[in-house]
Design a protein around this ligand. Sequence first.
Ligand code: PPS
Length: 373
Amino acid sequence: MHYRQLNRTVAITTGLIMCAVYVLYTFHACLLSGINRSIKQTAAVTMASSTIAITTSAAPAPLPQVRILGSIVRIVPLVDDMTLKQPATTLRLLAPNTTDASPKYRFLRQQGLRPSRHLPDALIIGVKKSGTRALLEFIRLHPDVRAAGCEVHFFDRHYAKGLAWYRHHMPPTIEGQITMEKTPSYFITREAPRRVRHMNPATKLLVVVRDPVTRAISDYTQAKSKKRDMKRFEELAFTNGSTGGVVDTSWGPVRIGVYAKYLERWLEHFPPAQLLFVSGERLIADPAVEMGRVQDFLGLKRVVNEKHFYFNSTKGFPCLLKSEERSSPHCLGKTKGRNHPRIDGVAIDRLREFYRPFNQKFYHLTGINFGWP
Ligand SMILES: Nc1ncnc2c1ncn2[C@@H]1O[C@H](COP(=O)(O)OS(=O)(=O)O)[C@@H](OP(=O)(O)O)[C@H]1O
């Protein structure tokens, strides 16, 4: 009897102990998971509210502590988010308000480099229809160059909008990259040299030039593509509408080819060493060589070379194997490399004669013989 009572007491005590252990275990598990959940939520709110909240706390916040059944327990957050471990600058750069999504740019952001917009260091100022787009697209292959995609026309049309407006039209760059823009009409804009110098007297100026006769025909071809009923080239290039008349210098396509006249204005405001003259003909015949000169002038490592180009025999022009925007081979658009209309040989000869003294003067001013016929 005494023995049976003892057994029962042991069984009851054991049962009570097990119950107590179970209750304590359940209590602890609930408590811990509750704390863990609240930590996760706090971290998520902190992340979502702004990156600044994370970036401004330079010293790491002390880990929260709780007292559980007399023991001090440090709560380690179980937030599975690697971004929390990244440096503050990286987090700021990953913020969604950064707009430039080009692959090159994304890569720079991942490196923790902070981009900002700057006024141009170098400008392609002209000359219209000489290969300015080709030059811009080719130099943009360089990782240290970023350029505005469109012609901004600040120094001719939008000058009143101010330099802040102009800067806003520039792409973001990081330290060491140069900012560029091309607007071919700057070359012939009377106020442009003074305005550019006012912006920055150290601005580097690139001028692409091409045989002025071919350039005039190219200019005419472009105008005719927009206005089908345009008169013939020969009618517009001479005062009485035929090659019997004098060359009509009031007609834009002819006037622009008098390069020496416009260059003299630029030389009143900039030393010759700040201008580089790029041959439009050589940019087609041997783009890599011409791009070597351009990179030297801009103080860049020669990165753009013959490996970037291939000659597209259908288009009749050098094209790019890849570029900032596209990784597949491509040529410039349809408006570059148009077929020119056939022009009367007498008109061509008359124009060549007309330009010859101006070309000689241009060769003299630049120190380069471009070899135009
Ligand atoms: N690689 C390549 N592909 C196509 N076209 C090329 C190239 N390199 C130079 N060119 C010549 O560029 C001429 C157009 O010059 P621009 O870009 O300065 O024209 S514009 O002033 O911006 O309208 C354009 O003139 P057109 O041939 O009359 O169309 C071309 O002769």
